[in-house]
Design a protein around this ligand. Structure first.
Ligand code: AOS
Ligand code: ZN
Ligand code: ZN
Ligand code: ZN
Length: 406
């Protein structure tokens, strides 16, 4: 890419009234957390494929994550899953991260893999199992103190497969009880990000099935509880950007689990199937970032962007690099929306004009812009190429097969 391409881009955007200085500073501030489980072996309900070279323990997962950050400059933190990333000494895991230039990010409790949880964890009819599940949540709060993490991504597999299998109202209240006990254990900087999911693994009812239920629990709990939007957790046709706008206006949008969605919780590379949806999500976020209400603007800065993907057939580190670059690209495009122009057309009730003002931004090629900021940050102009040219991919093959999986 020549400087000529950037000069042309700059001229074009300046003519549209876009403040490129602000665009660049926002782009440089973008952080996307990657998940430890995205580096390990994973599969579908039919098969877990064992790849050569996957990390054998949580330490090696962090090492792979550091590669993604090194070439993209976008991923300074890594979410961990307990007990998949269980270690004897979390302080040691934290210093390992720090040596690699990383931070441990969100803690994900696991309340779905224990035999005891077959019929539910925090909403199980058996009080002993509910107790065990709550204790795990509290254990995760302790782990967060050791890893210096502030966020918890809370996803519950709890639900039923058949009418009558569980008392839906009782389960609703057990859920609240569990969340309340965890909430009380939080330190003031901690946040509970409550995830919802329409279905799977339960297929008749899921205890937290949609954003309204997650929002309900968040408001019952208090300001340190917010909603986490996993882009793959909706029923077909859901308008995810509407949910995002609504939650931001209530200051309850805690964060995202990004992945690509076509049929259900596909957990594939974000932006691969529906980049326009991702762009429109960022449009809503950037719209809120200009709100007259300072609290709403402030809440926008606290949104946690997390990747929640498991790569079954694709090489894991390049797949993660592709994912975060896709997010960066759509964010860059959304930053080119001229909000005044959209608003002006909308106020004239010019439907096509307003739509055009939004879509126009999507149609620009942002490659010159991204190359320019990477250069300014001392990053490789083409992060994927830089990773593939490095020795790392070949080096990790020495780990052999049979690495950590979920
Ligand atoms: C499950 O469908 C959810 O997306 C969770 O966030 C889950 O913890 C994550 O996918 C890791 O399994
Ligand atoms: Zn998720
Ligand atoms: Zn998902
Ligand atoms: Zn999911």
């Amino acid at each position: 890419m020549s400087d000529k391409a950037y000069a042309l881009f700059e001229e074009q955007q300046q003519q549209r009234g876009i403040d490129l200085k602000q665009v660049k500073s926002r782009l440089k501030a973008l952080n996307i957390e990657t998940p430890s489980w995205g580096y390990g072996d994973s599969g579908t309900r039919f098969k877990v494929f064992q790849k050569t070279g996957v990390p054998r323990d949580p330490y090696e997962k962090l090492e792979d994550a550091a590669q993604v950050h090194a070439v993209t400059g976008l991923c300074p933190s890594v979410a961990i899953h307990i007990p998949w990333d269980k270690v004897d000494d979390y302080g040691k895991l934290r210093s390992h991260a720090e040596i690699l230039g990383l931070k441990i990010g969100a803690i994900n409790p696991n309340l779905f893999q224990d035999e005891d949880y077959m019929l539910g964890s925090v909403t199980n009819v058996d009080p002993a199992i509910r107790r065990k599940a709550i204790n795990h949540l509290l254990e995760c709060v302790d782990i967060a103190k050791e890893t210096d993490s502030n966020d918890f991504s809370l996803w519950f597999a709890d639900g039923t497969n058949y009418p009558g299998q569980g008392d839906i109202r009782k389960r609703k209240n057990w859920m609240l009880e569990a969340l309340r006990e965890m909430y009380k254990a939080l330190t003031p900087d901690m946040r509970m990000l409550i995830e919802y999911k329409a279905f799977e693994p339960a297929f008749y009812h899921t205890d937290i099935a949609d954003w309204g239920m997650a929002y309900h629990y968040a408001t019952k709990l208090g300001p340190q509880a917010q909603v986490l939007v996993d882009t793959g957790h909706h029923l077909p046709g859901a308008n995810v950007e509407h949910i995002v706008a609504f939650l931001m206006d209530e200051q309850r949008l805690g964060g995202f689990h990004f992945n690509s969605y076509k049929y259900a919780d596909d957990d594939l590379i974000v932006g691969s199937a529906n980049p326009y949806e991702l762009f429109l999500i960022f449009y809503q976020i950037l719209n809120a970032a200009q709100d007259v209400d300072a609290d709403i603007r402030h809440a926008v800065d606290k949104i946690a962007y997390l990747i929640d993907q498991s790569h079954n057939i694709e090489p894991k580190i390049p797949a993660m690099i592709r994912s975060v670059l896709n997010v960066q690209t759509q964010y860059a495009k959304a930053l080119l929306i001229n909000h005044a122009e959209v608003e002006e057309a909308a106020s004239r009730q010019d439907v096509l004009g307003a739509e055009d003002a939004v879509r126009q931004a999507f149609e620009f090629d942002v490659a010159p812009l991204l190359k320019a900021i990477r250069e300014e940050q001392g990053l490789p102009a083409d992060p994927m190429k830089a990773y593939l040219a490095s020795e790392y991919g070949a080096q990790i093959l020495q780990r052999g097969k049979g690495g950590a999986s979920w």
